[in-house]
Design a protein around this ligand. Sequence first.
Ligand SMILES: NC(=O)c1ccc[n+]([C@@H]2O[C@H](COP(=O)([O-])OP(=O)(O)OC[C@H]3O[C@@H](n4cnc5c(N)ncnc54)[C@H](O)[C@@H]3O)[C@@H](O)[C@H]2O)c1
Length: 466
Amino acid sequence: MPVPGPGYSITVRLEAPPSASAAGDLTTAVGQAGGVLTAFDVVESHSDAIVVDITANVSSADHAEDLTKALNALPGVQVRKVSDRTFLMHLGGKLEVSPKVALRNRDDLSRAYTPGVARVCQAIAANPEDARRLTIKRNTVAVVTDGSAVLGLGNIGPSAALPVMEGKAALFKKFAGVDAWPVCLDTQDTEEIIRIVRALAPVYAGINLEDIAAPRCFEIEARLREQLDIPVFHDDQHGTAIVVVAALRNALRVVGKPIEKCKIVVSGVGAAGSAIIRLLLRKAPADIVAADIDGIVHSGRGNLDDNLSWVAKNTNKDNATGTLHDALVDADVFIGVSAPNLFGAEQVATMADNAVVFALANPDPEIDPLEAQKHAAVVATGRSDYPNQINNVLAFPGVFRGLLDAQAHHIDDEMLLAAADAIADVVDDRLNASFIVPSVFDAAVAPAVAEAVRAAARKEEVASTS
Ligand SMILES: NC(=O)c1ccc[n+]([C@@H]2O[C@H](COP(=O)([O-])OP(=O)(O)OC[C@H]3O[C@@H](n4cnc5c(N)ncnc54)[C@H](O)[C@@H]3O)[C@@H](O)[C@H]2O)c1
């Protein structure tokens, strides 16, 4: 059941009697209606009435309406207006462009724009690499989507995806000083997306693909990586994989198991699951068994696409068949990036002792974390209201900061693994079963990830030129 949270926060402006008990009556009514009061401001005061803004977290639109009715029903109270604070935050969008140079007079204008700018253009025409030195390319990333797999909302299209992409760009700036810009494409045709992104690439030093549905996302990323000389990174794949690998390294420290001895079950072999499996294989676990909506992935299963065929070939050493529940027996680790409520505490009981459970389906995990805790030693989810939140924000800002600083032309697994180690290292001696990853607000994370990625990228650049 949803609980009141800041994602659903309202401000109710109302008129109330100026009596000594008015404030108490109002706040009690909020609590009795199940809301969580976060602010109480008297905005006007008159001899016969006060005007108050009451801000509260609620759990849904219906809940907001119930709470408003409860306030309106108090004697002498009249609700004037209800504002949804989340919508208020999005009015007019969340980003703007602001010039870095002053344009005060003719002299400034002549250098920033014509005629002076022409010499800078000619310098870049003579040496295209100078674009990284003399233009916004140096610090700018495109956040590209076709709107086909947005959050848990599915295929809602490019316009509806824009608030998410704006938010992503804001996070890039806030956490790593990267200038990211939303590029929401009104096409879901693989060839057209590739052509458009290739054509707009000159402005950018990196491409962050976002919320593009599997399996199309695999081909788009692979082909763009071949065709472009800037890093292309699908965050739903690799951002997730980095944070999962980091969290797993620390979870296995908590339970004292080496990954080489662990059987890992991955539920969901879409964008996130495939990337997690590929990166985890670099850590040489005893085995990975993958399962999707049709059960365990094995080479004898029919209708395997290219992605699933690769997974079947590179996992499941014993060629096991059956359901997710079968796969869980004796598993040391469960990683879910699939669908809500797939199993319960009784299946966790069949896992090996000191099991690790990462139930990351959003917003509702594969298993209720409280159920998982009955038998598992470490539990993580994608949610902010439980400990151990696996959140891509830990990875992507620092990853791109490092890539841009190194002027990297590509990204590879070495850099992803370096980022994962950097995130895991930030936890250091604060490690325990409820703290396997740092907070997303830990200011040490993005610089540590950036430094690790920068070093890995530079090492490869040196190796490739020597
Ligand atoms: N940081 C995080 O916490 C994080 C990061 C990425 C994805 N996720 C979550 O993981 C889930 C998958 O994301 P994705 O982008 O990979 O999606 P996707 O659509 O690309 O893949 C979904 C996969 O889940 C499988 N699946 C669907 N229903 C299933 C069921 N009932 N039983 C077993 N398998 C089932 C599908 O067969 C597919 O392999 C989403 O809920 C997403 O929110 C969380």
